[in-house]
Design a protein around this ligand. Sequence first.
Ligand code: ASP
Length: 339
Amino acid sequence: MSRSLLSVDDLGAAGIQSIMRLSDSFAEVSSRSIPRVPALRGKTIAALFYEDSTRTRLSFEAAAKRLSADVMSFAVKSSSMSKGESLRDTVQTLGAMGADAFVVRHASAGAARLVSRWTDAAVVNAGDGWHEHPTQALADCYTLHRRFGGAAFTMAGLHAVIVGDVKHSRVARSNVKAFTALGARVTLVGPATLMPPCLDGWPVSVEVDLDRVLPDADIVYLLRLQSERTDESLLPSQREYTARWGLTRRRAALLPGRATVMHPGPMNRGVEIDPEVADREFCVVGDQVRNGVPVRMAVLFWLLGSGLPTGESSGQVLAVDGGDAHQPDSIGASDEEVR
Ligand code: ASP
């Protein structure tokens, strides 16, 4: 049975930190003139995207190609899914063609977990309904690590404010887990109608008034309004949302100088964030996308790389102290060798 990444819970703090270390190595690979290593040569990665995606799908494809893996990309609209083939049959078909890993995006929470029951291949959850999006959270943690510096990969002492449609956001769920695992304090801000009905067990505070928390925020994480996930009217109007919870120019002025603004994309400029504020230096949306590639290389290498020791827990497999096995030399050859 292969290892899978279905939730941030599969990693825990030590696992996240190990992926961060590995991402550093792959960021170095990505900066080479030929950003490719033979680490996963001979492996086949099947991308099953049942929901629209730009960043995540292309980022996984770029990551797989930089590791020299073969990619089977599956466009639902031009596949037999449109003839009614089930997810299970599709997985088994691609498994029979030799897929070593499935990268799965689906509108239903739990879809990636189901896929992991139907195959012996590794499975990565690339977003399942409202549930989780673990590689987005890893890309975000890595972006913060690069911005705030330090070798320790910790967020202790940082205050992250997550704003908006928490209820429908898989990014919020994964980021609450990842940020708090790394030691950050998290406050959720937004209209009561866009908060999950039950927050028992979430290690967060909740606030309605964004102005009150901004002066004390190190990270402001803006979420997109997920209109595709709701048919009820949860807001009086988009204009009112922007007036109360948008990062307007006036609100941006409340932020301390050290603050970083993040958004998982796609951004609705003028709704969650003022268009001009979105282009300021403290808004690291471009870095989140850029860092997504080495982070996904790290995840795929962790799942499929032959150079890693085997084991059930990623905390053991990628133990911080055992990081030497994952230095660039063990990942693959230099540019010269792959030409
Ligand atoms: N791209 C992210 C996701 O797939 C965020 C969003 O769509 O709002 O969940």
